[in-house]
Write a protein that binds this ligand. Structure first.
Ligand code: ADP
Ligand code: ZN
Length: 611
């Protein structure tokens, strides 16, 4: 049997696990229930797909949304995994056929809607095969306290317990307050689950609040800046959606609309157009988004301030699921607050509640609105604001939100001195990121083999800047280079050495001021940890475009969204690395063996024609 790392590489094309993944996978494989709470885009799916490929028998994945199911199954099949779904889109004949094949173990993973669990045909199937593992996706749907309560989720526990032997149960969700988490454990009947909760932070998202005089003008500017990339524009009302969509279209921008007042048909059509990249911008009310797994949404603009931070974080979080840089922008105006107040006072939400409860609900809503308004008017770091709202610790500077970007130059003499000491004490033989790592110290640094080999943790300057984000450390190092306090050598592995003026800073004769300013490009500002020390090659925009066109062609022929073939991230890496052989292609993260076999040659042909 292949091991989990081999499977990660072979099917999904990745070399290493993300934080939390391994713990949950190992948990399942050792027979324990697991609970994974990870933000969107963190990589929950692999946590159950990999055990599914290793366990003997069939893994059931209970998933609340048909569109998500189909997306996942399409992706798995592309990756060479035998997967299927059972839901209401199948005709009775297709359904029967799928069950028949399933009984012959021709699938390793089966996605199923919760409503199916109780049907006799399905139960009979379940009791006639080996099912070592049942996974519950979007597990918060079991809780009435969550936003997406699904009564059919309450039947899952009984279903699982009716199986003999009881399978391992895994539950996954992106949103879980303490209350919801307790519900998930209790109502799904998890047995002392191994739990992993990776924080809410989404490093690749850049948060911005703008206060434009004319929102429409600002929106047009933003949308045009993104050219052909996909984006979502949220408006507070249906009328807003109509107006903004018309405005964009008048300007020649490919846009579609989505709100609850449209016919089901049109909604579906517009949604598909967006997913299949036939339109670029989706203008929508908050009715749009649940079940949209499109990974390459590059921006989410809120034309109006949303009513609370919970909704905001969820809607904004639809940007950048692929981990590539993406922007989340609110176009704020004082009127938005009044509109929200009006909706709270007069909205239909309290219907059916008694007077007292309704007042209570209204009070809570208004308090949440107040927090949302603070977010839009604060001069603090927006990322910190959001994370603290969700009860997490966060540094006061992310270097990548609109407030941090506006920040005036600050005195960083102390930090600069400690960074210089790191360079000096470690012998002037390391690169920028490594120096930042030394200064930050902590587990990541202690785990680094170069640190251990050189006993660098014993340096006096080691770990003297534990709270300084990596991006800021890098900014200060750049500033020190500018000031001739540091010199960066040439070559493939540039290292930092002390420069002429280093002594002046070390002795306190000279101050260091830096605008801890991120580059315009949010990727550089994202603070993402460098996984390898190798400097990354730059993407080649012309080639990237050609690869995208080939991807679109293949996707159209197969009738799947383009991102199912390869993500933007993969194409971008391809354009940078310019692989020449299948082996080089396989070295790119996100390309597994099945995809290399199916598409490798056609992509290599274009790459090698070019270079
Ligand atoms: P979630 O379900 O948590 O929102 P997904 O499972 O859809 O997230 O994963 C988000 C993206 O991250 C996908 O494109 C997936 O291929 C990628 N991904 C997952 N695990 C890894 C990994 N170990 N290395 C690199 N990319 C990964
Ligand atoms: Zn910030």
């Amino acid at each position: 049997m292949e091991d989990k790392k081999g499977i990660l590489k072979k099917y999904f094309g990745y070399d290493r696990f993300r934080p939390g993944q391994e713990k949950l996978i190992d948990g399942v494989l050792s027979g324990r229930d697991v609970l994974g709470i990870m933000p969107t885009g963190a990589g929950k799916s692999l946590c159950y797909q990999i055990p599914a490929l290793m366990l003997d028998g069939i893994t059931l994945v209970i998933s609340p949304l048909i569109s998500l199911m189909q997306d996942q199954v399409r992706s798995l099949i592309q990756a060479g995994v035998k997967a299927a779904f059972l839901n209401s889109t199948l005709t009775p004949r297709q359904y029967a056929l799928a069950l028949e094949r399933a009984k012959e173990y021709r699938y390793q993973i089966i996605y199923v809607a919760p409503e199916r669990l109780e049907t006799p045909g399905f139960l009979e199937f379940v009791h006639s095969v080996r099912i070592p593992f049942v996974c519950v996706d979007e597990a918060h749907c079991v809780s009435q306290w969550g936003q997406d309560f699904r009564p059919s989720y309450l039947k899952i526990r009984e279903f699982v317990e009716s199986m003999e032997p009881r399978p391992v149960v895994g539950a996954f969700t992106a949103t879980a307050t303490a209350q919801v988490r307790r519900d998930v454990v209790a109502l799904l009947g998890l047995r002392s689950p191994i739990t992993e909760a990776t924080g809410f932070d989404r490093e690749n998202l850049r948060f911005e609040v703008l206060h434009p005089r004319d929102k429409a003008v600002e929106l047009l500017r933003l949308v045009q800046e993104f050219g052909n990339e996909s984006g979502i524009v949220y408006c507070a009302t249906r009328k807003g959606v109509e107006d903004i969509c018309a405005l964009l279209q008048q300007e020649g921008i490919s846009a579609a609309r989505y709100h609850a007042g449209l016919e089901e048909d049109e909604r579906r059509r517009n949604q598909d157009d967006f997913i299949f990249d036939r339109v670029r911008v989706m203008v929508a009310t908050n009715a749009f988004g649940m079940g949209i797994d499109k990974p390459d949404v590059r921006y989410v603009v809120h034309f109006n301030m949303p009513k609370d931070i919970e909704s905001y974080y969820q809607e904004a979080g639809r940007a950048g699921r692929d981990g590539e840089p993406a922007r989340c922008v609110i176009l704020y105006h004082g009127q938005d607050v009044r509109l929200c107040q009006f909706l709270i006072e007069h909205g239909g939400e309290g219907a059916g509640l008694d007077e007292e409860t309704r007042d209570e609900v209204r009070k809570k809503d208004l308090e949440r609105l107040r927090q949302m308004t603070f977010y839009c008017t604060t001069s603090r770091c927006l990322r910190q604001f959001l994370l603290q709202y969700f009860g997490e610790k966060a540094p006061s500077y992310c270097g990548a939100c609109s407030n941090c970007l506006k920040a005036a130059p600050v005195d960083v003499t102390l930090q600069a001195r400690r960074l210089l000491l790191c360079v000096q004490q470690s012998g002037e033989r390391f690169g920028m990121r490594f120096i930042a790592l030394l200064a930050r110290g902590g587990e990541e640094a202690l785990g680094d083999p170069r640190v251990r080999r050189g006993h660098l943790e014993e340096l006096p300057a080691f770990g003297t800047l534990p709270d300084l984000p990596e991006t800021c450390a890098i900014k200060i190092l750049h500033r020190l280079i500018e000031m001739d306090c540091l010199v960066q050598t040439e070559g493939e592995y540039p290292v930092l050495q002390l420069g002429e003026r280093a002594q002046r800073v070390l002795s306190g004769q000279e101050k260091v001021m830096a605008r801890l300013f991120a580059k315009k490009n949010p990727s550089a500002a994202s603070g993402r940890r460098a996984v390898s020390q190798k400097p990354e090659r730059q993407a080649d925009p012309v080639l990237f475009d050609q690869l995208k066109r080939l991807r679109a062609k293949i996707a159209a022929i197969q009738g799947v969204p383009a991102y199912i073939i390869f993500s933007d991230a993969v194409l971008s890496r391809m354009s940078a690395e310019k692989p020449k052989t299948r082996a080089e292609l396989l070295a790119i993260p996100g390309i597994g063996a099945a995809k290399a076999d199916r598409y490798g040659e056609r992509f290599l042909e274009i790459i090698n024609r070019k270079s």
